[in-house]
Design a protein around this ligand. Structure first.
Ligand SMILES: Cc1ncc(COP(=O)(O)O)c(C=O)c1O
Length: 441
């Protein structure tokens, strides 16, 4: 096992840390709030492990924020991408691989009749919302508090705070667009009655409702997604599922298959690319007609063109990824691994004096120090997040690679029993350290 890094090693800052500090704001490319001295500069990954430039090995529990569901450097993905790269990396046009992938994706995704590829989840959700607005000729989007849908204004407004039933008055996440206060409505996840009330108040103005079916790590209550389906049908609102995380992860057909509810439009990303950059938005053929270039300059047209979207290398990687994920027993195995992880976490936390709970489904887990059941953002905000963060940082010090935002832990096909045992040992040791030292961050 790798040695534990010192609590405050700034006095022995390595040359590479100084270079990182000099060039990246916050010494980060978006890894939320990792202290600069703990930022590893990664060199390679294999399976469920990554190594930094100093040769330090980490057990990876973030897996490229879920993009590497099949494991780092999966040989079949590497082979497919390498073979395609030698034939040309990007034509910015429909190509053999993207056509094949479009066929596979439409066969797998319950709602997808047409698809368009982009390069990230951000683009995919953004395009769903633009299509919804244009198709309905309405201005507002309803989203759920605490959700993250990508880097565009609607993707972050109401993510960090935002009070239930109101506009996102506090732009804590820096949406950078004044119009979100007018055109983004924020509802509490898992509260169908409150959502209905907001929709009734703004009936005729709401273009789309966007929801992450498994909201971060919070499972939808029975009937919540079906209720949204009925509500959106009743009011002519486009229902958008953000399946950037859940797609190909909870089931081969994603959350739509897992929960048995199909939206009008869906956004994909992450796991589909096997680690390579990819995104896709898809859905009902009549709605997807909005991006048909033959309609440019007509009302109801939505400009959509992504230079790297549908590039054949990412599509070849995605096809190989789908081959791997389509093998017999993969999804029962991912669910078993997730349950085993959550069980181990619960067993370790049983010795903790502070109340704690483990959230998640499928190959995902999240820990909250709270006695109150966490079913929405308010429950999450009521948890002891300072302690979670201290714990996450202690895990990073011990050689577990994760995002210390208190975010999800992501498993992959490469996480075997030994990896889960190693994580449980680290968790137990990290909690013991916090008990001795206190939650110093
Ligand atoms: C639910 C959800 N939607 C959208 C995105 C944005 O995807 P990307 O980072 O590929 O732009 C993310 C990223 O974490 C996500 O978790």
């Amino acid at each position: 096992m790798p040695a534990t890094l010192p609590l405050n090693p700034s006095s022995i800052e390595s040359p590479v840390t100084s270079r990182v500090r000099r060039h990246f704001p916050g010494a980060s490319n978006g890894e939320f709030g990792l202290p600069p001295e703990l930022v590893p500069v990664l060199r390679r990954g294999q399976g469920c492990r990554v190594w930094d430039v100093d040769g330090r090995e980490y057990l990876d529990l973030t897996m490229a924020w879920g993009a590497a569901l099949v494991g780092h450097a999966h040989p079949r993905v590497v082979e497919a991408a390498t073979r395609q790269a030698a034939l040309g990396a990007n034509f910015a046009a429909v190509n053999e691989r993207s056509l094949e992938l479009a066929e596979r994706l439409c066969a797998l995704s319950p709602c997808a009749e047409r698809v368009r590829f982009v390069a990230s989840g951000t683009e995919a959700t953004m395009l769903c919302l633009r299509v919804a607005r244009t198709a309905t000729n309405r201005p507002k989007i309803l989203r759920f508090e605490g959700a993250y849908h990508g880097q565009h204004p609607e993707g972050v407004a109401g993510m960090l705070r935002g009070r239930a039933g109101e506009l996102p008055a506090v732009d804590a996440a820096g949406a950078g667009a004044a119009w979100v206060a007018r055109d983004v409505l924020v509802a509490p996840f898992n509260d169908l009655a409150a959502t209905e009330a907001i929709v009734e108040r703004h009936a005729g103005e709401i273009a789309g409702i966007i929801v992450e079916p498994l909201h971060r790590c919070l499972a939808p209550k029975d009937g919540f997604l079906a209720g949204l389906r009925d509500l959106t049908r009743k009011h002519g609102i486009v229902l958008v599922f953000d399946e950037v995380v859940t797609g190909f992860r909870l089931a081969y057909g994603g959350a739509q298959e897992y929960y048995g509810v199909a939206p009008d439009l869906v956004a994909y990303g992450k796991a589909l690319g096997g680690g390579f950059p990819i995104g896709a938005f898809a859905g009902r053929a009549d709605l997807m007609e909005a991006v048909n270039e033959h309609r440019v300059n007509e009302p109801g047209y939505v400009w959509s063109a992504s230079t790297a979207g549908g590039n054949p290398v990412s599509c070849a990687a995605a096809l190989a990824t789908l081959d791997v994920l389509g093998e017999q027993g993969v999804y029962p195995g991912l669910h078993r691994a997730g349950e085993a992880l959550r069980e181990r976490m619960r067993a370790v936390l049983a010795d903790e004096p502070a109340p704690a709970q483990v959230l998640g489904d499928g190959p995902l887990a999240q820990l909250a120090f709270s006695a109150r059941p966490v079913i929405d953002l308010q429950g999450w905000l009521a948890a002891d997040r300072q302690k979670s963060r201290a714990l996450m940082l202690e895990l990073v010090r011990r050689g577990v690679f994760l995002n210390p935002m208190g975010t999800k832990l992501y498993l992959s096909l490469a996480h075997d029993e030994a990896a889960l045992d190693a994580f449980a040992e680290h968790l137990s040791a990290a909690l013991a350290t916090l008990r001795e030292r206190g939650p110093e961050v």
